[in-house]
Write a protein that binds this ligand. Sequence first.
Ligand code: APR
Length: 243
Amino acid sequence: MNRLSQSVEILRKANHLITLTGAGISKESNVPTFRGKDGMWRQYNAMDLATPQAFNKNPTLVWEWYSWRQNLISKCQPNPAHLTLAKWEEQGFLKTLITQNVDGLHRTAGSTKILEVHGNIWMIKCTECAYKSQLTSPATGIPPCPECGAQLRPDVVWFGESLPQQVMGQVLKEIELADAIIVIGTSALVQPSASFPLLVKQKGGHVIEVNVETTSLTPIANVHLQGKAGVLLPQIDQLLRIK
Ligand code: APR
């Protein structure tokens, strides 16, 4: 049985399917990945831009980078991989979508049961008070907090920061319930997300990996589907529909 049919078999038998997505699922929407050859970290040093220290040292530079990404993302559309996951949620087939991405493309595609473990690039929060809000267009300069006047920052998780507690609680609950996880477009280098598939596997669940290359997760995957998410997800969907 080829790998595609193997993964369809697993998905057909799943009672509680969840997914973990990374930057690779948005690559075909022209959102650069972080570590690929044209990854966005290549032009920028992650440590120079996505840490609290970097923001304190040079908030203008950090906001310039986020505003550049907001500009870029505002021109991107969900691709067939995002749309397939949204359809699977609507059919009650996919229970929860856990994403490391901050680009918001899953929501644009129609997914609603989303856990954004690294936050969302359009959300902002005050560095001093509890003010939070959502941008509708890319930021210009360092936006001041309308409540207390302090600097606003992107409401995303930076290196060295912990994931939002409430979201993590929901993720662990989903992992408890899951008997299958499809991992799409992540290098599985950043914790704790990289461990989520392992936890599903350890409790006897199945792991399917969709990636254009192998990763550290590949050895523990029940099936590794090598290829583009935007091509493979619709193919899986098609095979699922064939009774
Ligand atoms: N289809 C499937 N996978 C793809 C595609 C594609 N079309 N294009 C690239 N990939 C894969 C790459 O092979 C790589 O394994 O997507 C993965 C992207 O890896 P990263 O760029 O490291 O992105 P990600 O895994 O999401 O990074 C995790 O690191 O920098 C932090 O907070 C940031 O959320 C991010 C986290």
